[in-house]
Write a protein that binds this ligand. Structure first.
Ligand code: UDP
Ligand code: MG
Length: 320
């Protein structure tokens, strides 16, 4: 074993870490043996790039110790503050040197032993290895919500992924470089990468319950993430709104003509006034949703044109 970081790793594993102090040791205990076995079996060098996404717990310290313990294959990029899982992966892409890059969650929901199966597909020449979680171990609510979002994405974008949420994925160097070139502030990496894939494949991987700690995604953040997924890859929601607006104004126009005629034939009417109220409130609701949706796109345009750094790296821990 060399003390210095391996110079030309063929395989890079990128792992975002946010407040995972309770689970990191268990991750190391499974990840390193799995990768050492893989490296020996396939005769390739690997590296692991941890990205600490501004954890407020001891995660950064634990990572630093691990860099000391396995300096030959470990580096840790420490963010200045929390920039989100996808930006952490983006930074991991920036520092990863391998020809094949695999992303993995730190919470052991993606078994490290599955990395071998992904590596095999990458070595076989696939440039994008998607994954489907067999027997997904998440809350009932998460599973239902994911299924709905998967369906929506499938319909409004040209991205075909069976299970968009699984972050254990493999990418070729070419795809990772293209993703980095996109310079996007809010993105959903598996979907963005997919748009560049020439020879994608999907495999089924095991899924486990979170080893320790809690999901870092609140319902609010999940909604935001899904907006990234939808608005980042399609303007169809806006187009649907203009069509809806057209239909509604047509309907409202006809209603107006009908009421006008009725007014002169039957006299003024008041009985239907609550129906009209209900209708109005419904339309106001639709309008507000439309405005909000517009805001989502505009907010993203605003963030993009401000052109602030997507993430700020504090230090990179590595033994060169
Ligand atoms: N994560 C991150 N930054 C964040 C939120 C999450 O780097 O702001 C990491 C987290 O440490 C984990 C991965 O992203 O390695 C997935 O997060 P989590 O397991 O909480 O998401 P879930 O499995 O509930 O979708
Ligand atoms: Mg998880």
């Amino acid at each position: 074993m060399t003390a210095n970081l391996v110079a030309n790793p063929k395989l890079s594993i990128v792992i975002p870490v946010y407040n995972e102090e309770d689970g990191l040791q268990a991750l190391f205990d499974r990840l390193y043996p799995a990768l050492d076995a893989l490296a020996a079996k396939r005769n390739i060098a690997y590296e692991i790039v941890f990205v600490n996404d501004g954890s407020k717990d001891r995660s950064a310290g634990i990572l630093a110790k691990q860099v000391d313990l396995r300096p030959d294959v470990t580096r840790a990029v420490l963010f200045h503050s929390n920039f989100g899982q996808h930006m952490a992966i983006m930074a991991g892409f920036e520092y990863a040197k391998g020809e094949h890059i695999i992303t993995l969650d730190a919470d052991l929901q993606n078994p490290p032993e599955e990395i071998d199966a992904l590596t095999e597909q990458l070595l076989n020449g696939h440039d994008y290895v998607g994954t489907i979680r067999a027997d997904r171990r998440d809350s009932f609510f998460r599973k239902i919500a994911s299924r709905a979002m998967n369906g929506l994405r499938e319909n409004i974008t040209r991205i075909t992924m069976t299970d968009q949420g699984c972050m254990l994925r493999g990418y070729s160097r070419r795809i990772v470089d293209l993703v980095r070139q996109c310079n996007e502030n809010n993105t959903f990496i598996p979907a963005l990468a997919y748009t560049f894939a020439a020879n994608p494949i999907e495999i089924t991987v095991k899924h486990e319950e979170r080893f320790a700690g809690e999901s870092k995604y609140s319902i609010y953040q999940l909604i935001r993430l899904n907006f990234d997924l939808v608005t980042g890859f399609s303007v169809m929601p806006l187009q649907i709104f203009s069509i809806l607006g057209m239909l509604l104004s047509l309907a409202a126009g006809s209603l107006f003509v009908y009421l006008l005629v009725r007014r002169f034939v039957l006299g003024a009417e008041v009985e239907g006034v609550f129906t009209l109220f209900a209708l109005t409130f419904f339309l106001i609701g639709v309008m507000l949703f439309g405005l909000g949706l517009l805001g989502e796109y505009i907010g993203r345009i605003y963030q993009q044109i401000r052109n602030r750094p997507r993430y700020v790296v504090q230090t990179v821990l590595e033994k060169k």
